[in-house]
Design a protein around this ligand. Structure first.
Ligand SMILES: Cc1cc2nc3c(=O)[nH]c(=O)nc-3n(C[C@H](O)[C@H](O)[C@H](O)COP(=O)(O)O)c2cc1C
Length: 329
């Protein structure tokens, strides 16, 4: 059973990957998507999206500091360009390549990428197989899809195309492109796929608690899951799920993170971002604020400070306000 941290453009950057894998429970991360058109990217583009390719100190290449592997996600529709970029990423040290067939964004779909490819299983097959041929056998190629574009009629065909193309596993976000992010997620639609395919199917969508995990597993017949927004709202969700399914004795059981522990992780998040001198101030404060906003459903303290926090532009001042919220409690 695997728990994968979802790629989320604008949320799960290298710093958030670092923090969430330090908290624990995750077995794998996938980078935010890198959009491939018809060119082979220079090395610096890979490094910017995927700084784990330039490891620090004892860090392993393409792993977080906690030793969790990170796969590069590519999004595009041209098999050759996808293959060339995947081969370059592999040569730079990426330990896996994930292919995005799920992005619903208009700008991406208009240019023939992401979920729009779900209308054409044969094109998905060509992309996966071209990438598979281009990277060494030792590097897994995986793919992420939705149930379909407008409806679920091609779910199985697309999943088979991914398997036939040589993917190691397929992650399925249990909604169509048209469903967007509107609940519910149709976990039951994954069951026939996971029963039919020979490769593992990883279930994704609307897992916000260990109870959701159990329900998703029951309905989808998938053991492994990918967690996205749930991990931003409850940073120890993966850990709680792992604890729930492993035979853990009462005294080994870890309590959920309290606010002061979460703030300590936010401070690490801030410190990691601030240590990167190339990172602009206008990146750091918004990231901090955004994570506090995501934490609001779980932590009332996040809700208490958000109105004030929203107005602060300076990242140090934002961090100080977050730290002060611990002293008050
Ligand atoms: C802000 C945001 C950005 C996302 N960016 C990506 C992305 O870069 N690649 C991808 O495959 N999916 C992306 N997704 C989809 C998520 O990986 C995931 O499939 C979706 O959020 C459903 O899972 P969840 O309910 O656990 O969040 C994004 C989702 C959100 C909310």
């Amino acid at each position: 059973m695997k728990i994968v941290l979802a790629p989320m453009d604008g949320l799960t950057d290298t710093y958030a990957r670092e923090i969430l894998t330090a908290i624990g429970g995750f077995d794998l991360c996938v980078t935010e998507f890198l959009r491939v058109t018809d060119t082979l990217f220079p090395q610096r583009v890979f490094m910017r999206r995927f700084p784990e390719l330039k490891p620090q100190d004892n860090q392993k290449i393409s792993h977080t500091n906690s030793g969790i592997p990170v796969f590069l996600q590519l999004l595009g529709s041209d098999p050759q360009a996808m293959a060339e970029n995947a081969a370059k990423a592999a040569a730079l040290g990426s330990v896996g390549i994930d292919l995005n067939f799920g992005c619903p964004a208009k700008t991406v779909n208009k240019r023939d990428g992401g979920a729009s490819l779900l209308k054409y299983p044969e094109r998905i097959y060509h992309i996966v197989s071209a990438v598979r041929r281009a990277v060494p056998d030792s590097i897994p190629v995986t793919a992420k899809m939705r149930l379909g574009y407008e409806d679920q009629s091609l779910t199985m065909d697309n999943a088979r195309a991914i398997e036939d193309g040589g993917a190691e596993w397929v992650t399925i976000h249990a909604r169509t492109k048209t469903d967007g992010y509107r609940p519910p997620a149709y976990w039951e639609a994954l069951a026939p796929v996971s029963e039919t395919l020979n490769i593992p199917v990883i279930a994704n969508g609307e897992i916000w608690s260990p109870d959701d995990y159990h329900l998703c597993r029951q309905r989808s017949l998938c053991d492994s899951v990918m967690l996205g927004r749930g991990a931003m709202v409850m940073p120890d969700l993966a850990l709680q799920i792992k604890q729930d399914i492993e035979n853990i004795t009462e005294d080994q059981l870890q309590a959920s993170l309290n606010w002061s522990q979460v703030v300590a992780y936010l401070e690490q998040f801030y410190t990691l971002m601030s240590a990167n001198t190339e990172l602009k101030e206008r990146y750091i404060a918004p990231r901090l604020k955004l994570w506090v906003k995501w934490l609001m459903p779980t932590y009332s303290q996040a809700e208490d400070i958000f109105v004030l926090l929203k107005k602060i532009k300076d990242s140090r001042a934002a961090m100080d306000l977050i730290l002060a919220s611990v002293d008050k409690n």
